[in-house]
Design a protein around this ligand. Structure first.
Ligand code: EPU
Length: 331
């Protein structure tokens, strides 16, 4: 039987696969892996994928739920979360319990099991900052394996699961350490401004989460209204030397330190300068409030979106000499 993946990806793209299976437990994943005779892929929330073709594969959707307190100290709480939990619901759970550490990542679409793969982040915090360890099913053996924080080798929107360990594991549970007396991260300009507008000096976890929700709702399209996968490209990191010469031509270019001799640029700005913000191209285009977000205006195919993305890459390369790398996984 062929099934449509339209409801399983936030771009809302219609492609067909073989069977779609919802998987609710770790042992079901382990059994499936051991018995599988046909090729299969794993999907979380489908919020970071661009589907460009029909798949001759089964799709397993991680539905493992549960948020458990493993250990509670005076200052910190260790929790374990099922890989199929919705990330934003975890953030709201932490806010309801007044536990800090992940509230700046409110409203990021997707599942908890996918969060470590690209080390999601927003407003000055990345999931690695609260991450302790994860448990995964080894796809080649069906065995359960643990990964420590070091073993995950987290980087900016990067981890071992996008490199050597790509497609080799199914992340079934993630442990995070949350803080009882949290130090809110308010360094990001938008967050600072909104809190000060609201007269909040020392926000609670919930107040900070709410500020982030309001900022995101104003700037980013809601995937249930207009198909998208958040930032389509990563912010490019270039050498200090390249940056110095770019800055001579474009003195106002936004830039952030990114480790020794390296500078991170704002992909959104580069794309915006090429005239793409709010641009429409057939059924696809760039979001009116954030040039880094590519949208499906309805009925776009994955190929159409991918061709549009490549047009952006080409124009940014021509104008600035900078390569944009897709953040979204292209299937
Ligand atoms: N800008 C423009 N034009 C635009 C949008 C932004 O010139 O259309 C400029 C802004 O003025 C600012 C800079 O670009 O100087 C950066 O923009 P913004 O603060 O909106 O953040 P971003 O770098 O575009 C990143 C993450 C987002 C995350 C925000 C907030 C990446 C690839 N994206 O976006 O994450 O929400 O910071 O922390 O790192 C995602 O990964 O899917 C995502 C949405």
């Amino acid at each position: 039987m062929r099934e449509n993946l339209k409801k399983y990806n936030t771009f809302g793209i219609s492609v067909f696969c073989n069977n779609i299976f919802d998987v609710y437990t770790e042992s079901d994943f382990a059994d499936f892996v051991k018995l599988a005779k046909r090729p299969y892929r794993i999907l979380g929330g489908g919020s970071n994928v661009l589907l460009t073709q029909d798949l001759n594969e089964d799709i397993l959707v991680n539905k493992i739920k549960g948020i458990k307190i493993i250990e509670e100290g005076d200052e910190e709480v260790l929790i374990e979360v099922g890989g199929g939990e919705i990330w934003h619901q975890l953030v709201m759970w932490s806010a309801a319990h007044n536990l800090g550490g992940i509230e700046n990542m409110a409203l990021i679409p997707g599942s908890v099991g996918a969060a470590p793969i690209q080390n999601i982040g927003a407003y000055g915090i990345e999931q690695k900052d609260a991450f302790v360890s994860l448990r995964a099913v080894d796809r080649s053996t069906g065995n359960i394996v643990w990964f420590s924080k070091e073993e995950c080798r987290f980087g900016y929107r990067d981890s071992i699961f996008k490199n050597e360990a790509k497609d080799k594991y199914i992340i079934v549970a993630v442990q995070y350490l949350l803080q009882k007396n949290t130090q809110p991260e308010m360094g990001y300009k938008d967050v600072k401004e909104l809190l000060s507008e609201r007269g909040i000096k020392q926000p609670t976890v919930l107040e900070l989460a709410q500020a982030v929700i309001d900022i995101r709702e104003a700037k980013l399209p809601n995937p249930s209204v207009i198909g998208n996968a958040g930032s389509f490209f990563k912010n490019p990191v270039i050498s200090l030397e390249n940056f110095e010469s770019l800055k001579n031509t474009f003195p106002e270019i936004p830039n952030y330190p990114a480790g020794e001799g390296q500078i991170k640029l704002a992909a959104a700005w580069l794309i915006d300068q090429c005239g793409y913000k709010g641009k429409r191209h057939g059924n696809t285009g760039s979001y009116q409030n954030q040039a880094l977000v590519i949208v499906n205006h309805g009925g776009a195919t994955g190929t159409e979106i991918w061709e549009y993305a490549q047009m952006i890459q080409q124009d940014v390369k021509t104008k600035f000499g900078v390569e944009l790398e897709a953040e979204v996984n292209v299937w």
